[in-house]
Design a binder for this molecule. Sequence first.
Ligand SMILES: [Mn+2]
Length: 326
Amino acid sequence: MRVQQGVSSSCTDDQLLFIRQQGIRHVFALFEDQHTDYDSVMRFVERVRKFDLTITDVGNTHLYKNPQFHLGLSERDRAIEEYNRFNRVLAKAGIPIVYMTWEPNQVLSTAYRVSDHTQGAVGRIVDIEEMKKRPFTHGRQYTEEEIWENFRYWLERVLPVCEEEGLTIALHPNDPPVDCLVGIPNLIHSADCYKKAFAMANDSPRLGMKMCFGCWLEGGEAFGDLLSDIAYFVDRKKVLIVHFRNVSSPMPYFEETLLEDGYMNMYEAMKQLVRHDYDGLIHVDHVPEYVESCGGKNASMAYSTGYMKGLLHSAMQEVHREMSDI
Ligand SMILES: [Mn+2]
């Protein structure tokens, strides 16, 4: 299992050094719009390499969270071509994984503030009752069939490029994972939705998942059982990246918490990954943010990544002990 942290393509050298100082060797990168051409990508790959770090997976938010193809709007073919162009750049630069989240409105949140479960830090809060009162974001109510047809249309045009280039798409769930919000049905709001998406891709190894434990836990039983779904999807080699995150409770209301504060026992989840020989990437996706003068987001990521690495090392020891007992 490879622990990673994230960077932006305009991060400082000190941020790269800070990641390396945490004993981390892998990073994921969010490329800014002006850095998606081959020369810019290669410059960044080489800069990161100087810190003994490797870029394992990448996205550009505007290219992959694009309502044009999510909703089948008039410019979708051009949007798909731009996504494919960036994918060809990544493959040429030796980066093996690219992102997708079928989320025309990006991640939806009710608030970012200090609350009951955030330990005085600023955390993300979702209240589904509040979100249900919001107006349509794209003019009308879309149907579930339309959204899946748009996904099929996109798959038919991007998977051949991925197959040709040797690149794999990591599909993240919709967050929050309810069936529909603001007029847009969510493509991925349960483990069954993933099964449907993989079947639609004819089980191509070029479509995998970012298994966001946070989304699984937000959805609770309606999403699936986290431990048995880890077994199912890891055994089938569908998990490329794990988002290691905990929340206060399943919907309709949750707050993002420190890993040790949410309702899931994250050590059990880590042990399940180790038992099933998960050999992909793992990172803390978001946690409550610490006070700015004491390191802010960098400090909160470092704290929780350290906690996660502790769980990983303990799980490796305990599971291997279990395995040698057999
Ligand atoms: Mn996530």
